[in-house]
Unconditional design. Structure first.
Ligand SMILES: [Zn+2]
Ligand SMILES: [Zn+2]
Length: 227
């Protein structure tokens, strides 16, 4: 367990060749569950859900890269909840088998269809609470962040990491867009917001504002590129 607040409990499941973090999120008031970015560790996520499969309300994807979606065929065997993705990443999702080939990895198998589109600005529900959906392209063209205001947490996928940022050399990536996304959708959050990232340990907005070498001009107020 990486987080337990007023509204949410969050567990992380790191693993696989990319050490991707899959997440299981629970609404404490209702027991409703959401799976976020089920990758290599999907069997562990399914095991943690156990007999609560009917409580899984949704599968939310930050973006369509293989390491964040490769567990969906496994999840789909026992969990019927709708899969949500931003439409701009659909081409990545539908190319998951080609992504695996490009990385020399085993095919994830036929991917289940996307059931619903994420619309930035339209919150997504979990039990009696919800997440704000923030559009943060640059690492992937349809990348979103799931932010919970009350608990002060955000699941940020591969936009920003502890002292690093997402790569921008994959199809649809853009360094300029990523930097704009970080400024607009991450650094605008309160400094004590905890960030649960797609790879590596959690961090905070304030920690990255001051300590992230890619954002250092912001911390020093120097170049002002991110002001
Ligand atoms: Zn990615
Ligand atoms: Zn990733």
């Amino acid at each position: 367990m990486v987080h337990e607040g007023d509204s949410l409990k969050i567990d992380s499941f790191p693993g696989g060749p990319f050490q991707e973090n899959g997440y299981l999120v629970e609404c404490l008031a209702t027991g409703a569950l959401a799976v976020i970015d089920p990758g290599h560790t999907a069997p562990e996520i399914v095991a943690a859900i156990g007999g609560r499969a009917a409580r899984v309300e949704a599968i939310y994807l930050t973006h369509g890269h293989l390491d964040h979606v490769e567990g969906l065929p496994v999840v789909r065997e026992s969990i019927d909840a709708p899969i949500h993705l931003h439409p701009a990443d659909r081409f990545l999702y539908e190319g998951a088998v080609e992504q695996a080939r490009a990385f020399g990895l085993p095919s994830p198998g036929p991917m289940p269809p996307i059931d619903a589109e994420l619309n930035p600005g339209t919150p997504v529900p979990l039990g009696d609470t919800s997440f704000e959906v923030r559009f943060a392209p640059g690492h992937a063209p349809g990348h979103v962040i799931f932010h919970h205001t009350g608990d002060g947490v955000a699941l940020v996928g591969d936009v920003i990491f502890h002292r690093s940022i997402g790569r921008t050399d994959l199809p649809g990536g853009s360094m300029q867009e990523l930097m704009e996304s970080i400024r607009r959708e991450v650094l605008s959050l309160p400094d004590d917001t905890r960030l649960f990232t797609g790879h590596g340990p959690p961090t905070t907005v304030g920690g990255e504002r001051m300590g992230n070498p890619f954002l250092i001009s912001q911390a020093r107020g120097g170049a002002g590129e991110f002001a």
